[in-house]
Design a protein around this ligand. Structure first.
Ligand SMILES: [Zn+2]
Length: 203
């Protein structure tokens, strides 16, 4: 039993977050309660701002408040190189390595017919349109598949390479530095940078 219903409510909300259990939720709530008011409200304001202002980039599918996003409009990035990832978190992980200077395309998941994830429920059509439309930086010459090392991602990579290779686009996959079954998003930076560097032609 908590002495305050608002405290109880905050703990309940925090415990809904991924990887936050009841104990952590309680610790965070008590921390926020003790923290200076402006610090706690800054967190509340940051949450409000992302929910109210951040949408999706219609080109790459990443989160952004601008459309197209900063990554898609940055003229210093190589538009002939597109790295395909499953989720925005994977893009963030690759961006943190600082070793990729091309552009991105977020699929929104991996092919898994058993779960109802078909090519139509992923952003595959927008990828094709993007590859076919005139590119101010010259045509796309390489699509790098940086999908996670698991079965659904394997199927996605295979599907995409069969789809894109006939278009005359070189399709590569990041190397197996990332262990099977692990998440790209949580790979360490060195492993990820090496995997990107050691990419190979997709079969
Ligand atoms: Zn974008």
């Amino acid at each position: 039993m908590y002495s305050s219903k608002y405290l109880e409510l905050l703990i309940e909300e925090l415990s809904r977050l991924p990887s936050i259990g009841q104990k952590s939720a309680q610790r965070l709530a008590l921390h926020l309660l003790r923290a200076p008011k402006e610090d706690a409200l800054r967190l509340a304001e940051a949450i409000r701002a992302v929910k109210e202002r951040v949408g999706f980039c219609s080109v790459c599918g990443n989160f952004s408040e601008d459309d197209p996003c900063r990554l898609c409009t940055d003229s210093s990035r190589d538009g002939a190189l597109i790295c395909v990832v499953e989720q925005p978190g994977d893009l963030l992980a690759l961006e943190r390595t600082g070793s990729f200077k091309g552009r991105y395309h977020v699929l929104g998941g991996a092919l898994s017919p058993l779960d109802g994830t078909t090519p139509d429920s992923l952003r595959i059509r927008p990828l094709l349109e993007r590859l076919r439309s005139p590119n101010p930086n010259g045509d796309v010459r390489e699509v790098i598949l940086a999908t996670n090392p698991n079965v659904a991602a394997e199927a996605t990579a295979l599907y995409l390479s069969q789809l894109l290779t006939p278009l005359g686009i070189k399709v590569t996959r990041i190397a197996r530095g990332v262990p099977m079954g692990s998440d790209l998003e949580y790979s360490d930076l060195v492993t990820l940078a090496r995997a990107l560097e050691g990419r190979q032609k997709a079969e």
